[in-house]
Design a protein around this ligand. Structure first.
Ligand SMILES: [Zn+2]
Length: 289
């Protein structure tokens, strides 16, 4: 049997990913929140304060990252995507408006997806991958990814290692995510709209993520960490992230990669056979809508 190669010999591969959502998840809950200045400033903190600090930290530690940016955010902050790319990181597709694909019709989803591609194209940013808003990918999402020739998606949870997905329009790599490796469940708090109600200790979060990394080193997994600059950009959380990265570096068997580079390695791995997306067809008599 051939051995897998996607990991390049590392015990675990870390992809540090930052979803630069800024105002979009709030506006997706209602345009009226544009007049709610505390909320808007809470979200603007992400790109305005969090991202520069994160870029500095990554440069200091010498690790690459992937920034998933909604087209709306890139459009309203010209130069943001280019700055990230100039620092050696990847900018990837994170919808245009950050409305969940599961809440959109097929035509609406296509328009939103392609509008984001047009924004990045106009800014000269080459896009290789996609992450659905709220990870709520649909069959339409997967078809759009294949149709536009993207190399990977990062929204599903069917494994804890990269896998290949086959849809009608072609195949691409899935870099799976999980709720346990998302800072939203740890740090998201806003009274209105209610995006979450927790402010956990970064010490607890560090301990949890370090335990997952250690276990993933035993099972040779993808440690796909999803963070948001408006959450993880806060000081004590960034200090914990620094400790996590330094710990991973000290292990000696952990590799760091941009998602596009990992997707390329996964696509070339002969052991990763294409899988089909979940096809569950429940009987309407048993499971009403
Ligand atoms: Zn997002």
């Amino acid at each position: 049997m051939t051995d897998s190669t996607w990991h390049g010999g590392a015990a675990a591969v870390v992809t540090l990913t930052f979803d630069v959502d800024a105002e979009t998840p709030i506006l997706a809950a209602g345009r009226r929140y544009a007049d709610h200045l505390m909320t808007m400033s809470h979200q603007a903190y992400g790109p305005d304060v969090g991202v520069p600090r994160i870029l500095e930290l990554l440069a200091e530690l010498g690790v690459p990252a992937t920034f998933f940016v909604p087209g709306w955010v890139a459009e309203h902050r010209p130069g943001l995507a280019a700055t990230i790319v100039e620092r050696g990181h990847e900018v990837a597709h994170h919808s245009y408006s950050h409305r969940a694909p599961t809440s959109l019709g097929a035509a609406e989803e296509r328009a939103d997806f392609e509008r984001a591609l047009a924004v990045f194209d106009a800014q000269g940013i080459e896009i290789r991958g996609h992450r659905a808003a709220l990870w709520e990918a649909t069959r339409v999402t997967l078809d759009l990814i294949a149709e536009h020739g993207l190399a990977y998606d990062s929204s599903l949870m069917g494994d804890d290692r990269p896998y290949r997905l086959e849809v009608d329009g072609g195949t691409f790599v899935e870099l799976p995510v999980h709720w346990s490796l998302d800072d939203w469940e740890q740090y998201a708090y806003l009274p209105s709209p209610q995006i979450g109600s927790v402010i956990e200790s970064p010490r607890k979060v560090l301990e949890m993520w370090r335990a997952e990394l250690d276990a993933m080193r035993q099972y040779r997994c993808l440690f796909n960490l999803c963070m948001h600059p408006f959450l993880t950009g806060r000081p004590s959380r960034l200090v914990a992230l620094r400790e996590l990265i330094e710990y991973a570096q000290s292990c000696g068997d952990v590799a760091f990669a941009r998602c596009r580079d990992l997707a390329e390695s996964a696509a070339a791995d002969p052991t990763l056979l294409p899988r089909i997306p979940p096809t569950v067809t429940p009987d309407p008599g048993t499971y009403p809508d």
